[in-house]
Design a protein around this ligand. Structure first.
Ligand code: SAH
Length: 391
């Protein structure tokens, strides 16, 4: 039996809409439960509506992971089944003859709030984002291993205090292996370091957009800004780019980028720069590049930052639109959850208008199939991009 969280009368409406967050204002009776404990959610009339992770310290007091509670037992088999279903979708969608890395669990997108799991071959990197998920680690570990994963690395910010209860040093849940590993993505080889890298080590969400960059690069001069470990750069080289310039402010990222370019046998047409991308764009020779990739980190990490972020994206896109060769293309992205598709397009529109060049949208871009958006939780749609043509 789980502690019971009882909603106020008529506050089960959000439940009908299956939004996974219950706000404190909707709660009539708070459960006697610890932070992170699983609670049973009841309507005011006493009907069991679902199950979620409880957090008494947050505005979002409960994150629901189960909306169809009838006959459900929340045990090890339940979690294994959730993960098996997530894997089954990926098995259908990903061409495993060319790609061995994908997102296995995309939090709310897989009805599993608080967990991200990225598969890199037989290794799985797990990020715990909310309290309570750490209690499930033993069950999750055996579920992952039953499904064929051999190495499991736990990447959780120490500062989040989610793993205070387990050993602070916990990183590997299995025997450690040497890092970086080499993954395969659309027949490109890439080194990924779970430990030192950002997020889970690599940005799997750009896989399809990188492949698009490959098809656009033949004979082109390409600038890849915010290149990180050079994903877009290697694809552009593979697509036959005449030259690729990779830019990132992180020395470690650039070192890994050079490694990745060499690993795929392309060093002679590639040059990398440790630099600020805004400065690099300002100093770049006008009308030199045929294709510019703008893939910055999230400028708006919270709703309060939207205004500043908007200015940042606008400046970046203005620089790109100014510099690009007439008839050139720009792949421009935002991974800020707080900047939606429409706002992003307005920002790029503003940049084009201020620069005063004709710009056409050739394609609207987003996140790939293994980063599903729960239709009841549209906040999960975070990556948006445009392929634009500049006259
Ligand atoms: N495009 C990459 C992911 C980008 S992640 C890929 O496909 O894998 C964002 C990167 O931007 C990080 O590597 C970070 O070091 C870099 N960065 C952040 N601010 C920067 C700045 N002002 N100038 C240059 N690089 C920056």
């Amino acid at each position: 039996m789980f502690p019971q969280l009882i909603l106020k009368p008529k506050k089960d409406r959000a439940f009908v809409h299956r939004h996974p967050w219950i706000f404190s204002g909707a709660v009539a009776q708070t459960p006697k439960a610890e932070n992170g404990e699983i609670v049973e959610v009841h309507s005011n009339e006493g009907k069991v509506l679902g199950y979620g992770f409880f957090n008494p310290f947050s505005q979002i007091v409960c994150r629901v992971f189960e909306f169809d509670p009838t006959d459900k037992v929340i045990d090890a088999a339940y979690w294994q089944e959730k993960i098996r279903k997530a894997l089954a979708i990926r098995m259908e969608l990903i061409d495993f003859s060319r790609t061995d890395s994908y997102r296995l669990l995309h939090a709310e997108g897989d009805f599993f709030p608080g967990i991200i799991a990225d598969a890199y071959g037989k290794s799985l990197v797990v990020q715990l984002l909310i309290k309570g998920t750490e209690r499930l680690l033993p069950e999750l570990k055996s579920a992952f291993m039953n499904l064929g994963f051999e190495h499991i690395y736990l990447k959780t910010k120490q500062s989040s205090q989610i793993i205070e209860k387990i050993n602070e040093e916990v990183t590997w849940l299995t025997e450690p292996i040497d890092l970086p590993v080499v993954i395969h993505e659309n027949d490109v080889k890439l080194k990924v370091d779970f430990e030192k890298g950002q997020k889970t080590g690599f940005f799997l969400d750009q896989r399809e957009n990188r492949d698009l960059a490959r098809t656009l690069s033949k004979g082109k001069k390409v600038m890849n800004t915010f290149c990180y470990t050079g994903g877009f750069s290697v694809y552009a080289l593979k697509g036959g780019a005449e030259l690729v310039h990779s830019v990132d402010s992180s020395k470690d990222a650039i070192a890994m980028c050079e490694d990745n370019v060499a690993l795929n046998g392309f060093s002679d047409r590639h040059q990398s720069y440790v630099a600020d991308c805004f400065d690099f764009l300002k100093q770049a020779e006008p009308h030199f590049y045929d294709l510019i990739i703008l893939d910055p980190p999230a400028f708006a990490k919270s709703a309060r930052k939207i205004e500043n972020a908007t200015r940042g994206y606008k400046e970046l896109n203005m620089l790109g639109i100014k510099r690009i060769k007439p008839g050139g293309m720009i792949l421009t992205f935002s991974c800020s959850q707080n900047i939606d598709k429409l706002l992003f397009q307005k920002i790029v529109f503003g940049a084009a208008a201020d620069v005063g060049r004709n710009v056409r949208i050739l394609q609207q871009l987003g996140q790939p199939l293994d980063h599903p958006v729960n239709i009841f939780h549209p906040e999960g749609e975070y990556l948006k991009g445009l392929l634009i043509y500049v006259e």
